[in-house]
Structure formats: structure tokens, C-alpha cells
Design a protein around this ligand. Structure first.
Ligand code: BG6
Length: 480
């Protein structure tokens, strides 16, 4: 048993990290557009008023807005069967709640969808990838307001109708469980707790009660989108998307086991339990009580949650970490969800611990829990690539990372998991979400764009480009 014949090999990106085309053709400002660049050691800043002289990486990103045909041709050359990308709300509705959609915004995404279809690449659209129109952040305090549910539903309706028959797979919110953490305030919920001054991206003022209320609104919005999507086109398949942050107890001490269980419940299962089972899990009650979180939940919301469960489960997987009940054990760096360093694992240059077996564990874990098809829609190694004198980029470290993860996906399929696709992250180099830098590259395609703002945007095939091409051609059989 190996990868099924129709397995969806591809790659993934997000509008705000890729497109550029800042305010072009009527696009409105978004949460990403007010975040400056940062680095491994320097946090990005959130500036509610754009500052003269500050560097905002999303404004140019890697200029996909003007080069999408070239980029999709390269994806086709690798043999992609699927391409995951996001549509930006404020490109289509500049203020988020405009009466009429911006035709030029829709035309841009028509171009991407049609280009994909030209090469028989199936589009997989993330409706909101860390994307909130800035106007809605100011007017409604982002997802804290109940109003956002119908505004999002309206936006989804525009997409479902416009792309009917051309896009059939959708994800409602990228990494929705980012909202269980303070960094989710700006990134996924569009809550700006300080409107008057610039603040640190990593240390935002946080109100957990607000955050979970906003998250509740996203659950209801996601469920309404599922219902609407099915109504408009019964062929639509609509999935959730979350971070799966594989977590182990730091020791076999029962306190560590319990600590890890609680961590998994609120970080790895909470959102997908609601989006897939259709109701709030019992363990969340105690968490809310102990954290003084009282949610305002309407009776009708609970009905919608029950009806609007997702068709498939998708998630990002980069790393694993550990949990300890001992407060003296320190956390290490990592993706949005963090934990304690595992002495058995090595880490990337950015400190994210590399754990391919954690992916097999996660696939089994989620499939056992939900019994729905799974898709790994993000995975990859952020690394500093170098162009050799002869122009080559020998990213063997990336090939090895991906190879090991693909081997574990194959193991999971043999374990009985219904895994339908794999879209490694940042298939073309793009701006990092957590640090806002270009130096942290994930792509099979190198983009000549650097953190000091220089670069001519030229695209170059890395060694991994040819390797992944072979992986796809042999349906995962040839991995060396
Ligand atoms: C996920 C996000 O958290 O990980 C992406 O969905 C992000 O938007 C990716 O880019 C990798 O993280 P980073 O911080 O290295 O860009």
C-alpha cells in the first residue's frame, strides 16, 4: 500500500506573503499590511498608522501579483496536481463590507484559477489566510464583533458563486487554532488592542476572553460557510485548517502526561473538535472556568455548528515539542504553538524541531479522532539558501526534510489513514509569517528578493525543484 493513484501532490502559499501589488487595482489595507519586517531575533512591529521609512514586507512580497503566470508555469513544470493559495478579502472587498466586489480583484483571481486549470492543476482556496481587512479591524474590532459572521458569509457567497465549477475545494480559515494564542490577536482575529501606537507582534496586549469570543465567531462563520458552499454547489468540498503541533510529555511522570493531555486538548483538538464534530468539547468548560472566560453563545449558533461540519480535515505540520508540569523547564522557539525542547531531536536554523515521525503520529491521531479524509496542507523547512557561483542552489537539507516526512506519510497510509494530499509550504520563496523576513526560505523556487528590500524578483529552480518533480512523477516511489 502506498500513495493512491489520485493523490494530490502540490504546494501552498498565502496572498499576503506572496502577492505584493499593495493597494493596486483597488485593493484595501489588511492586518498583514501594517506589520513591519523582523528577523529571527527582532520581533515584527504592528503599526496601526503606516510609518514613513518602515519596511512592510507584504507590500511587495515576491511580486506574484505581476508574475503569477510565470510562477504557475513553474508549478506545472514540477507536475503539481493541486495548488493551495488564498484569496485576499480586501482585494475583492477593499473595506470588507463594500456593496459591490472590486472587479479587478476578482479578475486577478480569475487569472490564477484559469492558469491553474490550463495545466490541470486543481485550485485549493484558503478563504482567509491570516487575512482581515483593516477597515473591519477599525470598525468592528475584528472578529470580536458578531457582525463579522455575516460579513464573512457574504464574502464567501461572492467567492462560491463567482468561482462555481472552477474551484471545488476550500479551506475556511488558515490555522484557526492560532486564535487560542496571543499572537492570534493580530494574525487571525484582527483584534488590535492598541490602536494608537506601534506594538510588538510577539508581545501583544491580550485579553483571552475576547480572543475566545472572537474565535467562537469564526467557528460559526466557518460552519455557515460550509452550509452556504454546499447549497451553492453540492460538489464543493470544504475543510478546516489548523496547526497540528505534535506534543509529547517531557517525562513519563503522570503530571507531565496530564499536562500534555491538557495541552493537546486546547491546542490541537479544540478547534477541529468543534469544526468536525459540531459542538464544544466537554474539556473546554473547565478551561474556560479556570481562565475566567465567559462566552456569549446564542442558541442558534449551536445549531449552526452542528449542521456546518467540515468535509475534510487539513493541517500544517512543521515540528514537535514537549510539555512539562515543571515550570523550571524552559520553552524553546517554534511555530505559533510552542513547547519544550526534545533532547532526541535536531532543530532548524530557526530552532523549530524536526520530527518526521510526529507527522505519522499526528495523521493517525487525527484520523482516529474524526474519520474524515486528511490533507497535509503545509510542511517544510525554513532555511537560509545560498546561490553558488555557478548559479545552483543545492538545498539538500530541504530535500532530506521533505523526504523523511513523505516516508512517514506513506507509513500513515499503510496504518490505514485516508490521506488525500500534500502541499508543502512556500513552494516558491515568500515572506515568513512569524518573522516577516525573506531569509527564511521554504521554496523549490528561489526568488531574488532580500530583506534590505533589494533584489530583482528573478526566479531560479533549486535542486529540490527537480527532486520534487521526480517525486510527483513517480507518485512518491522515488524519493532519492
Ligand atoms: C504557518 C502559516 O504558521 O506556517 C504560514 O500558515 C507560515 O503562513 C508558515 O508562513 C511558516 O511559518 P513562518 O513563520 O516560518 O513563515
Amino acid at each position: 500500500m502506498s500513495f493512491p493513484k489520485e493523490f494530490l501532490w502540490g504546494g501552498a502559499t498565502a496572498a499576503n506573503q506572496l502577492e505584493g501589488g499593495f493597494l493596486e487595482d483597488g485593493k484595501g489595507l489588511t492586518n498583514a499590511d501594517i506589520c513591519t519586517g523582523g528577523s529571527k531575533n527582532v520581533s515584527r512591529r504592528i503599526t496601526p498608522v503606516l510609518e514613513e521609512g518602515a519596511y512592510y514586507p507584504s507590500h511587495e512580497a515576491v511580486d506574484h501579483y505581476h508574475r503569477y503566470k510565470e510562477d504557475i508555469a513553474l508549478f506545472a513544470e514540477m507536475g503539481f496536481k493541486v495548488y493551495r493559495f488564498s484569496m485576499e478579502w480586501a482585494r475583492i472587498l477593499p473595506n470588507g463590507d463594500d456593496e459591490k466586489p472590486n472587479e479587478k480583484g476578482l479578475a486577478f483571481y480569475d487569472g490564477i484559477v484559469d492558469e491553474c486549470r490550463k495545466y490541470q492543476i486543481e485550485p485549493l482556496v484558503t478563504i482567509a489566510h491570516y487575512d482581515v481587512p483593516f477597515a473591519l479591524m477599525k470598525k468592528y474590532h475584528g472578529w470580536l464583533s458578531y457582525e463579522m459572521i455575516s460579513l464573512y458569509e457574504r464574502y464567501c457567497g461572492i467567492l462560491f458563486r463567482h468561482f462555481k465549477g472552477r474551484v471545488k475545494r476550500w479551506l475556511t480559515f488558515n490555522e484557526i487554532n492560532c486564535g487560542t494564542m496571543p499572537v492570534g490577536n493580530i494574525l487571525s482575529l484582527g483584534i488590535l488592542n492598541e490602536m494608537e501606537r506601534s506594538t510588538s507582534f510577539m508581545e501583544q496586549k491580550d485579553n483571552p476572553a475576547w480572543r475566545f469570543q472572537a474565535l467562537h465567531h469564526q467557528f460559526v462563520a466557518s460552519a455557515r460557510a460550509v452550509l452556504l458552499g454546499h447549497e451553492i454547489d453540492p460538489e464543493n468540498k470544504i475543510g478546516n485548517m489548523q496547526i497540528y503541533s505534535c506534543s509529547y510529555p517531557h517525562t513519563c511522570h503522570p503530571d507531565d502526561i496530564l499536562k500534555n493531555q491538557a495541552h493537546n486538548q486546547m491546542k490541537n483538538y479544540f478547534c477541529s473538535d468543534i469544526q468536525s464534530r459540531g459542538y464544544y468539547p466537554s474539556y473546554s468548560r473547565r478551561y474556560f472556568e479556570e481562565n475566567q472566560i465567559r462566552l456569549d453563545i446564542k442558541e442558534e449558533d449551536l445549531e449552526i455548528l452542528k449542521k456546518g461540519t467540515v468535509d475534510f480535515i487539513s493541517f500544517s505540520y512543521y515540528m514537535s515539542s514537549c510539555q512539562s508540569a515543571d515550570k523550571k523547564v524552559l520553552e524553546g522557539p517554534g511555530n505559533m504553538i510552542r513547547g519544550i525542547v526534545n533532547p532526541y531531536l535536531e532543530a532548524s536554523e530557526w530552532g523549530w524541531q524536526i520530527d518526521p515521525k510526529g507527522l505519522r503520529y499526528g495523521l493517525n491521531d487525527l484520523y482516529d479522532r474524526y474519520q474524515k479524509p486528511l490533507m497535509v496542507v503545509e510542511n517544510g523547512l525554513g532555511a537560509a539558501d545560498k546561490i553558488e557561483e555557478n548559479g545552483e542552489i543545492r538545498d539538500d537539507y530541504r530535500i532530506e526534510y521533505l523526504r523523511q516526512h513523505i516516508l512517514q506519510m506513506e507509513e500513515a497510509i499503510r496504518d490505514g489513514v485516508d490521506l488525500i494530499g500534500y502541499t508543502p509550504w512556500g513552494c516558491i520563496d515568500l515572506v515568513s509569517a512569524s518573522t516577516g523576513e525573506m531569509a527564511k526560505r521554504y521554496g523549490f523556487i528561489f526568488v531574488e528578493k532580500y530583506d534590505d528590500g533589494t533584489g530583482n524578483f528573478a526566479r531560479r529552480r533549486k535542486k529540490s525543484f527537480y527532486w520534487y518533480q521526480k517525486v510527483i512523477r513517480t507518485n512518491g516511489k522515488e524519493l532519492v
